[in-house]
Design a protein around this ligand. Structure first.
Ligand SMILES: NC(=O)c1ccc[n+]([C@@H]2O[C@H](COP(=O)([O-])OP(=O)(O)OC[C@H]3O[C@@H](n4cnc5c(N)ncnc54)[C@H](O)[C@@H]3O)[C@@H](O)[C@H]2O)c1
Length: 323
């Protein structure tokens, strides 16, 4: 099989590329290295079946050439993370909407099977936890930039299903819930690498808010396996699936676990997220997936618990990134 991964130099994309190459497949990547890096793909860069194009998904001429040559497209390229979206609101909207439109329309034109990575952010302020795929999207006002990420991904999903309806486009949408693991950068506000770096440097571990908000973290390896197992199911096309862990932890518990597991002398302090982001910043208190649908389709069952995940991330930060 020949695969194209948009955003393949990113955190999830690089793990996916490695796994596909291991199974003997041919992998082409397009990435503009805006948040991804060559470091992420250093182990596979010279693999004979790996092909890299450093370019943007806004380049539809190149994109069309690449799509024509492959059997399947994983569309992961996006402006990701609340901090990055808040810092670059215009670019985020253009990449996530126009870039994804390019990918989806060209995949539909050439009838290539495609997986679109969407996000749990699109459940927004819905409090009906755990979220089922058919839950309402409850998004805040357009004057609050953080909601633009959720809205761009919702438009992407609408587009995918519109092409599915109108053109019989074989597409699957997955909504990822806090995917973490080795190689995730701390630069864009991602909580686990940020806490680990603070703990290893004996700096205060900065919890945004009161720390009582919960999240469910999945190991990137479970997510990559989940994607690969899902795309072989013909019944999955035209559908949307939550993908994540059901193990719910508070951010305070996460900070305590990281402090203990790094044997850090750091103190844990709570700071007002409005100081970091902007006045009126809104966060969700709980974000947990209902994974019945993907479990029924593929027997999806995450293998890594939160301690395993933290252990892997600490090792990675120690090995590569501590500064
Ligand atoms: N990690 C998570 O917890 C999470 C949660 C929900 C959804 N997702 C989705 O999963 C996908 C991958 O996320 P990730 O965590 O690996 O983030 P990431 O930032 O590491 O990966 C995104 C990649 O896309 C590339 N990219 C951005 N704009 C591009 C453009 N215009 N052209 C080409 N490449 C471009 C970046 O350089 C990067 O390598 C994204 O679509 C994201 O929305 C991730």
């Amino acid at each position: 099989m020949k695969y194209l991964i948009t955003g393949g130099c990113g955190f999830i994309g690089s793990h996916l590329a490695e796994k596909l190459l291991l199974s003997g497949s041919d992998v082409t990547v397009i990435d503009d290295l805006s948040t991804g890096s060559l470091d992420n793909i250093k182990e596979i860069m010279h693999h004979e079946k790996f092909h890299l194009f450093i370019d943007t998904i806004l380049n539809s001429v190149l994109l069309e050439e690449m799509i024509q040559k492959v059997d399947f497209v994983f569309h992961l390229a996006a402006v990701v993370g609340v901090k990055r979206v808040m810092d670059n609101p215009v670019d985020s909207i253009i990449i996530n909407v126009e870039g994804t439109y390019n990918v989806l329309r060209l995949c539909a034109k050439h009838n290539k099977k495609t997986l679109l990575a969407s996000t749990s952010e699109i459940y927004g302020k819905n409090t009906n936890v755990p979220f089922k795929e058919d839950a309402d999207i409850v998004i805040g006002t357009t004057k609050k930039k953080r909601w633009s990420y959720a809205c761009t991904k919702a438009i992407d999903e609408f587009l995918a299903f519109a092409f599915f309806e109108e053109k019989n486009f074989p597409v699957i949408v997955i909504r990822l819930f806090n995917t973490v693991g080795p190689r995730q950068s701390d630069k864009y506000g991602m909580v686990i690498p940020r806490f680990i770096k603070q703990a290893l440097n004996n700096q205060p571990i900065t919890v945004f808010g009161d720390g009582k908000q919960t999240r469910c973290f999945s190991h990137v390896k479970d997510i990559v396996d989940g994607m690969i197992n899902l795309i072989i199911k013909e019944d999955a096309y035209g559908q949307v699936f939550n993908m994540g862990s059901e193990e719910e932890v508070t951010i305070e518990e996460l900070a305590i676990a990281i402090k203990e597991m790094t044997k850090s002398a750091s103190e844990i302090i709570c700071i007002n997220p409005q100081e970091i982001y902007s006045k009126g910043f809104e966060d969700m208190s709980r974000r947990m997936p209902d994974i019945t649908k993907i479990r029924d389709m593929t027997n999806f069952s995450p293998q890594y618990n939160i301690k395993d995940i933290i252990r892997d991330c600490i090792e990675d930060v120690k090995k590569n990134r501590i500064s």
